[in-house]
Write a protein that binds this ligand. Structure first.
Ligand code: ZN
Length: 129
């Protein structure tokens, strides 16, 4: 297609004009956020960071991890929290706050699971004596 600004010929898939750089075919490809012209890195934008830090998988794992701290709950919810936490760690990409939350979920879940299974084992062991 031809550039609306300088009328240079461009390929149909071109997002910006090769000659003058002005955006092409805004109705076909409505301004993708990663293609903004200001050139800043995505993580430097506070509004995008705020949106990404609401990563649902990380929050899901974090809630599971918190519930697993309750005595008894961790026997089942702990392994679940580990699973979801680990998936969240790998799934959040370079979102640092969500990644930290996911890592905290894994640590909490591992601690809750070990302590509660150990406690249960000690109770059973003590019962038999
Ligand atoms: Zn042009």
């Amino acid at each position: 297609m031809d550039c609306p600004a300088c009328h240079a010929a461009n390929t149909a898939e071109a997002v910006a004009c090769a000659a003058c750089g002005s955006p092409l075919s805004s109705e076909k490809k409505p301004s993708r956020p990663s293609r903004r012209s200001n050139g800043r890195r995505r993580s430097d934008d506070p509004s995008e960071t705020a949106v990404e830090s609401n990563h649902p998988t990380a929050w899901h794992a974090y809630r599971l991890a918190l519930w697993s701290l309750l005595p008894g709950f961790g026997l089942v919810l702990g392994p679940l929290g580990m699973f979801y936490g680990w998936r969240a760690v790998r799934g959040v990409g370079d979102d640092r706050s969500a990644r930290n939350r996911a890592k905290a979920s894994v640590l909490l879940s591992v601690a809750a699971t070990l302590l509660q299974w150990l406690g249960l084992a000690l109770m059973i062991y003590g019962w038999d004596k």
